[in-house]
Design a protein around this ligand. Structure first.
Ligand SMILES: Cc1cc2nc3c(=O)[nH]c(=O)nc-3n(C[C@H](O)[C@H](O)[C@H](O)COP(=O)(O)OP(=O)(O)OC[C@H]3O[C@@H](n4cnc5c(N)ncnc54)[C@H](O)[C@@H]3O)c2cc1C
Length: 321
């Protein structure tokens, strides 16, 4: 019988494991992919907007080559944290569901069955891309993740989105000789784009080296073309790849299957205490970026690291009684 089973080995799932260890509580982190699976799937050349110390966990110092770490440095850091803090992580094992019993949970995974007094879901949102819901989205040339710019060398690439991911992908692919067109639903790009990226993307658009359609939407994707609804009517562009970087959302089906209910706030915020992070199901907690529901820009590693301490304080206090 574990004190705590943690679903997901993202930074916040790992932080929960560390805090359990500090309090002498047993834990197991079950991860369906590799360690810090979401970060592994971030763009290969990505630099975090946070400085190193802001995404440290368990007081383990994060040292990188510059103030803001790269994805590669973050992977190295979290690997070391796992080892240093002696975290118990089962990777490549998916949690399929949990069943609430009298005073504990039975957790079924793709490989095993466990029993735990408490469960923490720290499952993030990066697995579920927001769909465009248009004809042709299922074509293999349409991608919801931007991994390596080299793939798009000399290709006609349409990038849908207005945030950091779209701006990064537009610049990176442009610098690797892609012919880039940005399609943005709103009249401008998001103001929250990283301050060292914003002037660059604005200037590339101004000089015309990256083409941009504002107040526009992709309405159909075909093998060799894309239709874009613009303020001046429908434009058809020849096209090789579409990168739909329109955000992600938590796996609500999974959370609902755990018994979690949602606030009626239009953002599907999972019901939880803002202090203990316990959900409407007793001894089932949520942690990390899933706490924002559809508001995925609300929470980061930076401002959710503390969830781990709050949750484990609650679990430890109850264990003492
Ligand atoms: C491109 C990008 C850049 C970002 N940059 C920053 C930044 O600079 N600073 C910052 O503070 N935040 C940043 N964020 C936001 C956020 O911090 C990250 O998304 C972070 O990884 C969230 O941590 P988490 O532990 O809550 O969830 P995640 O890291 O997403 O971890 C969830 C884990 O749960 C696993 N999982 C899901 N379902 C199951 C299941 N059924 N069974 C087992 N395992 C499961 C997943 O595989 C995953 O490993 C960024 C986000 C993105 C997308």
């Amino acid at each position: 019988m574990l004190d705590t089973l943690i679903i997901g080995s993202g930074p916040i799932g790992l932080a929960c494991g560390i805090e359990a260890g500090k309090r002498g509580l047993t834990h197991l982190i079950v991860e369906k992919g590799c360690l810090v699976n979401s970060i592994y799937h971030f763009p290969s050349n990505m630099t975090f907007f946070s400085t190193c110390e802001k995404i440290e966990i368990g007081n383990v110092p994060f040292v990188a080559h510059s103030d803001k770490p790269t994805r590669k440095e973050a992977l190295e850091y979290y690997r070391r944290v796992k080892k240093h803090c002696k975290l118990n992580v089962n990777t490549y094992e998916k949690v399929l569901g949990i069943e609430k019993m009298e005073g504990f949970f039975t957790i079924k995974t793709s490989k095993n069955t466990y029993q735990a007094k408490n469960v923490i879901a720290a499952t993030g949102f990066y697995d579920q891309p927001n769909s465009l819901n248009i004809k042709g989205e299922e074509l293999p040339k349409v991608r919801h993740y931007f991994e390596d710019p080299h793939l798009y060398e000399d290709q006609r690439v349409i990038i849908v989105g207005a945030g950091n991911s779209a701006a990064d992908a537009a610049l990176e692919t442009y610098y690797k000789s892609a012919k880039v067109t940005l399609v943005v639903r709103k009249p401008v790009l998001k103001s929250k784009i990283k301050y060292w990226i914003k002037p660059n993307i604005d200037n590339r658009i101004k000089e015309g080296s990256i083409k941009a359609f504002f107040n526009s939407e992709v309405i159909e994707i075909r093998e060799k073309e894309v239709d874009i609804q613009t303020p001046d009517g429908i434009q058809t562009l020849e096209n090789d790849f579409v990168l739909a970087l329109t955000g992600y959302h938590p796996d609500f089906d999974f959370l609902s299957a755990l018994g979690i209910k949602y606030e009626e706030d239009g953002a599907k915020t999972p019901i939880h205490s803002r202090k203990t992070f316990e959900t409407n199901v007793d001894n089932l907690f949520i942690a990390g970026v899933i706490c924002g529901g559809l508001k995925t820009n609300l929470w980061f590693i930076e401002n959710t690291r503390f969830h781990a301490e709050n949750i484990m304080n609650t679990i430890a206090e109850r264990a003492e009684v």
